[in-house]
Design a protein around this ligand. Structure first.
Ligand code: 13P
Ligand code: SF4
Length: 383
């Protein structure tokens, strides 16, 4: 498995059009949002309990309002696993729909309204690079004895399968600490991919020193690390990051605190270490919403995560006399989440009403089996 160019993992993304009367996306792209809204409501009513729509917090409002369940990655994964619906339409990004396919029953169908809705961070690790890193680590230690691989849920299914087959596990931003605890109970080191920041921020909050966490530059031989660096490290962090959360800087927090000394700061753990260390609270999208909503009237918050979530939260909190500020002076939007628009959602739903499945996400069974193992380990430690 290690060190060859023929990866045993392959991914299939089916774009199936079943039935001869499938509707074309071209007939939907120019519809206005108001018409989409009316027709989405009608299509949902026609499909009834055969359909569930899951919406991530970063979805734009025109789509988010149609979700039957909203949440962070962990909550939506559980929802997908528990749903009995025939069609699981995931308004989120590619890896989320893959997880829905892996955790749902074989006869259930996971659908992503726009196949271009990927995650640039997830793309920073792939199976060839991770296989190569595993092989290079074996020159210094015995990775299958010494290293637990952890993949952030923001990753392709074949990386989850890699973790499943190497005694590893998946984590999300809301359970990373519990998952790291589990991992260190198995083996003395962790290889954490693809997000260095979630790994570093979580390790630091668990009491690890920054020097005990080294960064693996996947473009360099041996990750750009010496044998000693690897031997001394507790966590080997993949050099990946989220470009949206890179836009928040600790100076933004300083400016806010200078203007509002009583204000509170909350950030997503994909933000840089300096941002998280200056924040009062750090947590997943679900935790951010919970904390701000639970705060007293008159509270003021600076929030470091994607703009659609922050705008919605600000709107909801205004009525309760709370103030929500956006952390960056520029708009940091997840452009791939934004690919899911009402036009694509309507296209999917009206096709389903006619008996056509478009944009099904289907993971190859041999990958899904190993990936499920890593996901189930995660779900078991998250409760
Ligand atoms: P959450 O699991 O916190 O919702 O995060 C998902 C994500 O992609 C954040 O960028
Ligand atoms: Fe990926 Fe960042 Fe978008 Fe989250 S916000 S889906 S990590 S690109």
């Amino acid at each position: 498995m290690v060190g060859n160019n023929l990866s045993p993992y392959r991914l299939i993304t089916d774009n199936l059009i079943m039935g001869i009367n499938a509707l074309s996306i071209d007939d939907f792209l120019s519809l206005d949002d108001a018409e989409c809204e009316r027709r989405i409501v009608a299509a949902k009513a026609a499909l009834g309990e055969r359909l569930v729509i899951l919406g991530h917090h970063y979805q734009r409002e025109e789509v988010f309002k149609h979700a039957d369940f909203s949440g962070d990655s962990l909550k939506l994964s559980r929802q997908a696993a528990q749903s009995g619906a025939e069609y699981i339409v995931f308004c989120g990004v590619h890896f989320m729909a893959e997880v829905a396919d892996i955790l749902s029953a074989p006869e259930q169908i996971a659908i992503l309204p726009d196949l271009a809705a990927g995650c640039s961070m997830a793309d920073m690790a792939d199976i060839e690079k991770v296989d190569k890193a595993w092989g290079e680590l074996s020159a210094v230690l015995d990775p299958d004895q010494d290293v637990t691989p952890i993949t952030y849920i923001n990753s392709a299914a074949d990386l989850k399968a890699f973790c499943g087959s190497h005694g590893g596990i998946v984590c999300t931003s809301s359970n990373a600490e519990k998952v790291l605890e589990w991992a260190f109970n198995q083996r003395e080191k962790v290889l954490f991919f693809p997000d260095q920041h979630l790994g570093r921020n979580t390790g630091f909050r668990m009491g690890m020193r920054l020097e005990e966490m080294v960064t693996w530059d996947f473009d360099k031989p041996n990750g750009g690390l010496s044998e000693e660096d690897v031997r001394k490290a507790k966590i080997i962090l993949w050099d990946g990051f989220c470009s949206v959360h890179q836009q928040f800087h600790s100076e933004h927090i300083d400016q806010f605190r200078a203007s509002y000394p009583d204000g509170k700061v909350i950030a997503h753990p994909e933000c840089a270490y300096e941002v998280c260390e200056k924040s009062d609270e750090v947590g997943s999208t679900e935790l951010i919403i919970k904390k701000v909503k639970a705060s007293a009237a008159g509270s003021r918050w600076l929030v470091g995560t994607e703009v659609n979530l922050v705008n919605r939260l600000a709107q909801e909190c205004k009525a309760e006399g709370k103030f929500v500020h956006y952390m960056a002076p520029i708009v940091c939007m997840c452009s791939t989440m934004y690919r899911i628009d009402p036009q694509h959602l309507l296209w999917i739903l009206e096709n389903l009403v006619k008996g056509n499945v478009v944009n099904q996400i289907k993971v190859l069974p041999e990958i899904a089996d190993q990936a499920r193992l890593a996901l189930e380990r995660m779900l078991a430690v998250s409760y």
